[in-house]
Design a protein around this ligand. Structure first.
Ligand SMILES: [Fe+2]
Length: 257
């Protein structure tokens, strides 16, 4: 399997990860960093593949190859399950290289979705549902080089499977940070008709071809019968408990052609 086959280590690393700081982008070197206090920073400490911190504390990751740890996210940066950052999740390359498959745009795309000021977007305003946090890294075609400044444009249905086609609810754009990482806090979309739950993506960067695709979730009804689902686009959901309570967490890395 290609890059989309994210190891359990990485999923937990990001899910429990913590604030993030400068990204070294290295896949080698020291194990991840030490736990911090509270995880309150917006962008504090994570390098590639850093260790997550201990429960209840934020952590700053180290550089390269660290193993996933445990601990609820703090309130800043790129953790998950809290209002935290993208921590724990590293920049390490995939197990094998494969460009992310494209997928249909569908009829509900709207250009001009609100642009997040950073790499983290919040789509939860005005909606209710099961909390979901999606994190990932955008890579160049070599599956190794993280693409900073890639625009990630996402849109999805609400928990009843309905799109907002008049406003921009559950629609947002964000730009990947130095390590290519992005994150958005949202709710689990409902399925509609015979379509399984999914989130639409448009990703663009000057160093790659634009990509339109969809993220699907493992174990969903209709995954086997929907004609548009691609196995490589189905990602596992992990259940994580943090400061916000129980949150579904999903990692979706993207490799542009
Ligand atoms: Fe859709």
């Amino acid at each position: 399997m290609g890059k989309q086959s994210v190891s359990r280590r990485n999923v937990l690393g990001l899910a429990l990860g913590l604030p993030l700081a400068a990204c070294s982008g290295s896949t080698s070197g020291a194990e991840g960093g030490s736990a911090g206090n509270g995880g309150t920073g917006g962008v504090a400490g994570t390098g590639a593949g850093g260790n997550a911190g201990t429960a209840g504390a934020g952590a700053s990751g180290g550089v390269g190859g660290g193993t996933a740890g445990s601990g609820a996210a703090g309130t800043g940066g790129f953790g998950a399950a809290g209002s935290g950052g993208i921590g724990g999740q590293g920049c390490e390359g995939p197990d094998a290289c494969a460009v992310t498959q494209d997928n249909i745009e569908g009829p509900f795309y709207k250009s001009g979705a609100p642009m997040s000021p950073g790499a983290i977007a919040n789509l939860r305003s005005g909606v209710t549902g099961d909390l979901l946090q999606v994190v990932g890294v955008v890579y160049a075609a070599d599956c190794t080089t993280p693409l900073s400044g890639a625009v990630v444009d996402v849109w999805q249905a609400d928990s009843d499977g309905v799109y907002d086609n008049t406003g921009f609810t559950l629609r947002a754009r964000m730009r990947t940070e130095a390590c290519g990482r992005y994150r958005f806090d949202t709710i689990l979309p409902g399925n509609y008709d015979t379509r399984p739950r999914h989130i639409h993506y448009k990703v663009s960067h000057p160093d790659g071809l634009g990509l339109t695709t969809q993220l699907y979730f493992a174990g969903e009804e209709f995954n086997d019968t929907d004609p548009y689902v691609r196995e490589s686009l189905i990602k596992p959901l992990d259940r994580v408990t943090g400061q916000e309570g129980a949150v579904w967490v999903c990692r979706f890395d993207i490799v542009l052609a």
